[in-house]
Design a binder for this molecule. Sequence first.
Ligand code: CAA
Length: 395
Amino acid sequence: MYFNLTEEQLAVQAAAREFAQKELKPGVIERDSKMQYPTEQVRMMGELGFMGMMVSPEYGGGGMDTMSYVLAMEELSKVDSSCSVIVSVNNSLVCWGIEEFGTEAQKLKYLPKLATGEWIGSFCLSEPEAGSDATSQRTTAEDMGDYYLLNGTKNWITNGGTSKVHLVIAQTNAEAGHRGINAFIVETDWDGVVVGAKEDKLGIRSSDTHTIMYNDVKVPKENRIGDDGFGFKFAMKTLSGGRIGIAAQALGIAGGAYELAVDYSKQREAFGKPISKHQAIAFKLADMATEIEAAKLMVYRSAWLKDQHANYDSASAMAKLFASEVAMRHTVEAVQIHGGYGFVKEYHVERLMRDAKITQIYEGTSEVQRIVISRNVLKGQLYIPILAGEELVGV
Ligand code: CAA
């Protein structure tokens, strides 16, 4: 079994780490506190190639593998998860969804701008009454011949205030259930697209999360993704990869809190010695280190499976489930290790703790991940595939 990263992957990891420490860290507390969208930072991430990492170079992207994307997500998330969720939604939901399932015309029209960060994308699935139960779409797209007429409301839309392109999931035939759902590419300057107020959130506060209303929006027929009725499967397949990005975000949040906790525990003295020398703290660090390593293996393996074009539905669900729980548990511990300092904004760990919570909720709650995993187990996928010689083997 090999655990080596390529030169290119190591270079991406180093570049993301340097960017996060140099460009994201200085203003992160202020942006969080003022709910200020990181406009300049997103522009820089576009220039550095972080907005379309996996998009083929022919459509203006970096042509990188999922592993490189995960390494970048991890480093960005150690510092600023508001920025990393913008990267994640744009890369693994919007760009990947269009490149994997879109027509050549859709790819040529949308990917070059999305991959460079000139345009930002949103993934519009959740509704006031359709969160985990994603088949219960109330947003409708009525077939009018040349176009679809889109009506409805989407909730908690990441990049909602800034995105130029929405991938909207809507019901086109209610009687057909999930087979009557379609996905559409919608441009936000079309008539009838209304951006609601920005949400005031617990965490990832400088990312912009909005309610979006579609009022009689005319969507050209050529903007439907895939065959008629493919929309629900499109959402599921896209989210399966998206969950690798959010798992990497959770891993980064846990890692960021852990690095801060280790540093602080070596500096802070109590009862005549650094607190790291007290077993009560040293054992917390040991548990953090152990669980973060376990999460890392799961996240990297799910990225590797995707790069092998193997089935990664369970692997990504497990990685997100575990990494997000590790992030929550160990950011709480990092605050505890910092004591009173951990409770104030200046020391960063309270923000990481607040940011960790969303990784257990978006792109499928922990409960949804357990549904995905248990259904695959009961279908017979007892273990995640591994490489035996040249062959991927399952159970
Ligand atoms: N790939 C391909 N097809 C899939 C699939 C996958 N990964 N998962 C399900 N399907 C197919 C099923 O095979 C089935 O098709 P058939 O009937 O033809 O066999 C169809 O989809 C319906 O599947 P289910 O019966 O499993 O559907 P369900 O109603 O039981 O729901 C669920 C399953 C897993 C709970 C799903 O609704 C779900 O994932 N919910 C969570 C939604 C979610 O993650 N939302 C996140 C919002 S986006 C976001 O957060 C972005 C952001 O801004 C950060």
